[in-house]
Write a protein that binds this ligand. Sequence first.
Ligand code: SAM
Length: 161
Amino acid sequence: MLARAVRARTIVEFGTSFGISTLHLAAALRDNGGGRLIGSEFEPSKIARARANLGAAGLSDLVEIREGDALQTLARDLPDSIDLVLLDGAKSLYSPILSLLEGRLRGGALIVADNADDSPEYLARVRSASGDYLSVPFADDVELSMRSEAAAPGDGSLQAG
Ligand SMILES: C[S@@+](CC[C@H](N)C(=O)[O-])C[C@H]1O[C@@H](n2cnc3c(N)ncnc32)[C@H](O)[C@@H]1O
């Protein structure tokens, strides 16, 4: 629903596992007219299952799952602009992973962090008064944050123009 609401075309997922969340996000991309989802997962056997699930759903063309530590695999070759991020891997890495992606988040991009209560450093960052994010707890132990327009790349030139 969130991916549909922001008309996401580019999504990054930290922690793909068997790809259940990936199926929902890729289906939203399809509904939005297409796009690209970059997933990340340590375990090759889980990636194989996720790829099979995506194939069965006819969504493989929208998804690239990067194998290995997301700290490495999400440090390169990212889309210029990211519309939505799902954080669902190791909770201690939420803030470092956000740092990898932050420069590509468009103004209004959403970040959904599952079990965010286990990552106090991350919560402090997205809830800080810096104005970089608007953030609210959402559902059960999920934090929903939005990259502010003012903090996103390109906004300065918009204001100057
Ligand atoms: C809770 S599961 C993800 C569930 C999935 N998002 C879903 O909803 O269907 C977390 C996954 O993150 C993976 N993971 C944890 N830390 C990781 C890292 N640093 N790099 C890549 N994958 C990681 C784990 O192997 C595990 O499969």
